[in-house]
Ligand binder design. Structure first.
Ligand SMILES: [Zn+2]
Length: 471
């Protein structure tokens, strides 16, 4: 080794020393940048409309993260709260069209240097082997403290927590996953995995993280704030879906909770001592939280915390994310613009929840043929889709049904059919008078209004739910 090289190494060591010096008594302003529910929105491109998406995309979010890192060198932690592997045509092409390549979703996140991510429920949509392959490719840990193997029973299927070092501090990061996977992806997890209660699992993981020397603890949880579960927790035995608020109020020792799943936005709220943040889904915004950590009574405490949301709109796309996703972007555009049929008439979904439409009739007939069943049911998921006259592309069908559902045939009785239609009819409120406008119940999402073909029925919404199917 030459003297020159030795000098260089010494200089480098000196330059690194201040950042690594542990236990300096100066307060440290740690910055936690966060995303959640990215759902394949790697680039600022709308694959349904085949045009630039001006307001979202991980490539825009990455530019925000870059500037946060530039302003706070060596003090930024980047976390995601899950639901990244599924949810748009790009994610579908990665999982189902051509799988013989490195996962570009993970490549984009590696390029952004994420420190950890929670595992979301949609990570299971393409099966456990697909998720596990993504976990292996990631240069950051995927965390879930409440996901257990069935064989051997009780063993964590994924890392429950990790500890990273930043600015001389040990930062514990705990992850968790909404247990609703038990019901939504029952086929994919059968015989493999079990999901426990988030609150109890996070409590244990936080204790372990503290015992392992964490100075501060961050939790990234794929679970809404406190909304009622979309399933019956009593009859199913599946723990609550949305518990981020309970994690903050019931688990001591957490400094920040990043949560996702509900696709809402929370620029920062506090429960007890714990700060909660939720950036908007589809990389529409980035959460930026500041935790000022000070030495007090022989340990580090967060003496000040604040957070904000930065909108992705108006930020240029990051070159590293564009490079990591260039090939999959081209492939996805080619895929979604492929014509798969044509119509000589204009088909619109706008009135599909009020009357028979050729578009939904076509979907129902396709289902009946494919399943070999007498009846078929579906919902008009999106009501703003227009097809034809002319060729119909994959993008248009994906716009009508953005999620990958599974077609299933089941045998039901006439009574079950009637009950099912009554349940579906909850979407409409009972009008105040016979001449009043038809109104929908805002509590019931339109995609839960199912339409059945193969049978004629009359739904009289002037009657109460339970006696509306009059024929
Ligand atoms: Zn989601």
């Amino acid at each position: 080794m030459t003297l020159r090289a030795l000098n260089f190494i010494l200089l480098l060591t000196l330059a690194c020393a201040p950042a690594q010096l542990p236990r300096s008594t100066e307060p440290v302003d740690l910055v936690v940048a966060t995303t959640t529910d990215v759902h394949g929105r790697l680039r600022a491109w709308d694959y349904y409309a085949n045009q630039v998406d001006a307001v979202r995309g991980l490539s825009r979010a990455a530019t925000i993260v870059d500037s946060v890192r530039a302003a706070n060198p060596g003090r930024v932690i980047l976390l995601d709260a899950g639901d990244l592997l599924q949810g748009n045509p790009l994610a579908y092409v990665v999982a189902r069209v051509s799988r013989d390549r490195a996962n570009p979703i993970i490549a984009a996140m590696n390029a952004m240097q994420y420190d950890a991510s929670a595992i979301g429920n949609h990570e299971y949509n393409y099966g456990v082997p697909y998720l596990d392959s993504a976990v292996r490719q990631a240069k950051f840990p995927f965390l879930s403290a409440n996901t257990y193997r069935l064989d051997p029973e009780g063993v964590h299927a994924y890392r429950p927590w990790t500890i990273i070092e930043r600015a001389g501090l040990k930062i514990g990061i705990v992850g968790a996953t909404t247990p609703g996977v038990t019901l939504w992806d029952a086929e994919n997890i059968k015989g493999r995995l079990r999901f426990g209660d988030i609150v109890a699992a996070v409590k244990q993981a936080v204790q372990e993280t503290r015992a392992a020397g964490a100075d501060i603890v961050l939790v990234t949880v794929h679970s809404g704030l406190n909304e009622p579960s979309s399933y019956d927790t009593l009859t199913t035995g599946v723990p609550s879906e949305n518990v981020a608020a309970r994690v903050a109020s019931e688990v001591p020792g957490i400094d920040l909770v990043l949560y996702g799943h509900s696709h809402k936005e929370n620029r920062g709220s506090t429960i007890g001592q714990t700060l909660l943040v939720q950036p908007k889904n589809w990389a529409t915004s980035v959460g930026v939280a500041h935790l000022v950590v000070s030495r007090s009574g022989g340990r580090w405490i967060v003496s000040e915390k604040r957070s904000d949301i930065v909108q992705s709109a108006g930020h240029a796309e990051n070159a590293a994310v564009l490079a990591a996703t260039d090939a999959i972007h081209r492939e996805t555009v080619a895929y979604v613009t492929t014509p798969i049929g044509s119509t000589s008439e204009r088909w619109s979904a706008d009135s599909a929840r009020f009357k028979d439409t050729p578009l939904i009739d076509f979907i129902l007939e396709t289902e009946r043929k494919a399943a070999g069943s007498d009846l078929a049911s579906t919902a008009a998921f999106s009501t703003d889709v227009v097809m034809g006259p002319g060729p119909i592309t994959i993008a248009q069908v994906a716009q009508l049904y953005p999620y990958d559902n599974t077609l299933r045939a089941v045998r039901i009785s006439g009574k079950q059919l009637r009950d099912y239609l009554e349940f579906s009819s909850r979407y409409y409120r009972t009008p105040a008078s016979p001449s009043a406008r038809l109104e929908t119940d805002r509590q019931i999402p339109g995609y839960n209004f199912d339409i059945v073909s193969g049978v004629d029925y009359v739904m009289d919404v002037s009657r109460p739910v339970g006696s509306r199917i009059t024929r």
